[in-house]
Ligand binder design. Sequence first.
Ligand SMILES: [Fe+2]
Length: 203
Amino acid sequence: MDIKKGYIFPKPFWSSLIDVNIRGLQEECYEIRNNVPSKYKSNLGQNSYHSPNLLNLQNPPEILKLMKQITNCIQTIHQQSRRENVRLVDFWININGKGGSNVPHTHPGAKYSGVFYIKVPKEMKRGNLFFLRDYNETYLTSQENMGFFKQGYNLLPYDLPKIPVKPLEKLLIVFPSWSPHSVELNDTDEERISLSFNYILFR
Ligand SMILES: [Fe+2]
């Protein structure tokens, strides 16, 4: 019997390595931490810094350059299939110390969100970005509900409740803002620095 398999509703994400002055960016982030009070949002861990929206503050040169490159990238992504322009509405930096993580969340109101890695600890075994199924799908696709995998079967992306992305300095990850995601615990003594952002559309 000839059985064909198709896919319904696959979900995109995009990645790109961006050529930046990574040391300069790291210094600028520490400078921001020293001068701008932390704001609680989705971070866990006592050693975590979450800046407020930096869009309307006076930003240092490497961060300004980076945001221009990210905007170009997201404009390109959007215009591969659609007509509008994209506009940056907020961006912020996270400095996660040991034990720092981000609980599952989405970015309501935005269209494209993402993260750029400015500093990644060398010894880090965990600390992945996870793309998650929503609550219902996690149960409905579980082994308890859909049956147990045979021994030796290689799991495919659609078999999983979450998909990890390993952080890497200079790596940009972009995803639809409605896509649930979380950040795994930083299990090293070194700090991890990332910059996150939201874009909307304008016609
Ligand atoms: Fe997020």
